[in-house]
Design a protein. Structure first.
Length: 117
């Protein structure tokens, strides 16, 4: 029932997106010294929402991960550690926001039906 509310679907998807973005950044950082490795990037959350707005279920639709177009180092690797740290911090902020909104919305619903805690 609660999972049918669009607010919970969107913020649930945002939390899953942030976790996937964190995973992509962690993989890129772990392979930063590997010759020839092409960094990956996840589609923006806005692009994901636009893609699933056509009727797809946000709970089951996956996020698209593509090769990054960062400049190549002489060894063929294009991981930018600075960019990956930024992406990781941004994902952490998105995850925190999604969980905060989800938690506060649950508290609001509990208050509305007369339950506390």
């Amino acid at each position: 029932m609660i999972s049918d509310l669009s607010l919970f679907q969107v913020y649930g998807a945002m939390a899953r997106y942030a976790a996937e973005a964190q995973s992509v950044s962690a993989t890129n950082i772990a392979r930063a010294n590997e010759p020839g490795y092409k960094a990956k990037q996840i589609e923006s959350f806005d692009a994901y929402l636009a893609r699933v707005s056509g009727g797809a279920d946000p709970a089951t639709e996956g996020f698209r991960v593509t090769d990054s177009h960062n400049p190549m180092a002489p060894n063929g690797n294009n991981v930018s550690l600075e960019q990956e740290v930024f992406n990781s911090a941004e994902a952490m902020g998105q995850h925190s926001m999604a969980l905060s909104v989800y938690t506060k919305s649950m508290d609001l619903l509990r208050t509305a039906i007369g339950r506390r805690g």
